[in-house]
Design a protein around this ligand. Structure first.
Ligand code: GYE
Length: 320
């Protein structure tokens, strides 16, 4: 009864603000774990406001059950389209089936799901995470070759959220590249859940490990920049100079990473574009107009290092 009432209230609030012909989108954001994510949320909210789209937004605080609940409530509210960045890549089939049966298209925004039934969503828009892992690996191989004339070293890997597509795929892409180099190996690998605080904690544990003591070339590969920035704090607190004693690579390309690179504390960031609001609503509007949309839309992304970070920092601050 309470639930039904809550649903009714939620519906009344949304319905009350909708104008005739206005598109309603439910977006089940997964959390606010990183600067990438806050930029992504701003893009999704800002672009809806610009286009006069009625956005029903929810934040699952990094809990899959909350995201599933949000999707169910969007179905009950009969929104036109649902946007979903799945926290982890499994466990989505029942709720995606419910949306499909209700005739509400779901666009996977940012992260992917692991399913053999791709009729459960209409489209994926986001990054090619395997490619990002490869970009990180390729930059590292070139860097080692340039610095030392050989490709060898020990990698300490800060993994993203366990079971999340960007964590699984970035690892896979990176490993694929370094597999060609027998003296370049991952010696430690642990999840820092894509957050700065956990990245720092995991780095503290890495520093105390025997592998750290034994490593001759210490390389830190973080599945996002926030974890690497946390790791830099841990290194500095332990009296280790990140810029000269380690090689640090992150993913996302947030302005704070550009700044750390410009300051000589970090070496490279692989871009992952969070500003997908405009493309997302292009798809929403096309769907509502009954048009076909592509099944996959990948962002185009680069890799940035100490050769350019300082010059590009002011521009980057205007992005994310
Ligand atoms: O790289 C990370 C965030 O799903 C692509 O999630 C996104 C990732 C991003 O927490 O910073």
């Amino acid at each position: 009864m309470k639930k039904a009432l809550a649903l009714l209230v939620a519906f009344a609030i949304t319905a009350g603000t909708v104008m005739a012909g206005q598109i309603t989108v439910g977006f089940a954001q997964l959390g606010a774990e990183s600067m990438w994510r806050t930029a992504n949320t701003d893009s999704i909210k800002g672009e809806a406001a610009k286009r006069g789209i009625n956005l029903v937004f929810s934040d699952a605080q990094q809990k899959q059950e909350n995201q599933i609940k949000a999707v169910r409530s969007f179905i009950a509210q009969e929104v036109d389209v649902i946007g979903l960045p799945p926290l982890v890549n499994s466990g989505w089939e029942p709720v995606l089936r419910e949306a499909r049966d209700a005739g509400i298209p779901v666009i996977l925004a940012d992260r992917t799901v692991d399913t053999s039934d791709d009729s459960l969503y209409v489209s994926f828009i986001g990054s090619n995470f395997i490619q990002e892992g490869e970009n990180a690996g390729n930059w590292l191989v070139r860097e080692l070759m340039g610095r030392y004339g050989e490709v060898s070293g020990e990698v300490f890997e800060l993994v993203g959220t366990v079971g999340a597509a960007p964590a699984i795929d970035r690892k896979a892409g990176f490993e694929k590249v370094i597999a060609n180099h027998p003296h370049l190996n991952i010696v430690k690998s642990q999840s820092g859940d894509f957050t700065r605080a956990k990245g720092k904690e995991v780095m503290e544990a890495f520093i105390k490990s025997p592998e750290w003591g034994r490593a001759s070339r210490k390389i830190i590969f973080g599945h996002n920049d926030d974890m690497v920035l946390g790791a830099i704090q841990a290194l500095e607190e332990a009296g280790i100079n990140p810029g000269t004693e380690c090689i640090l690579i992150g993913v996302d390309g947030i302005a704070d990473a550009f700044e750390a690179i410009a300051q000589g504390k970090m070496h490279c960031t692989v871009e992952c574009n969070p500003l997908i609001g405009p493309q997302f609503y292009d798809m929403v509007e096309a769907l509502v107009a009954g048009k076909e949309i592509p099944k996959i839309v990948y962002s185009i992304e680069g890799t940035y290092d100490y050769m350019c970070a300082e010059v590009l920092l002011p521009w980057r601050r205007t992005l994310y």
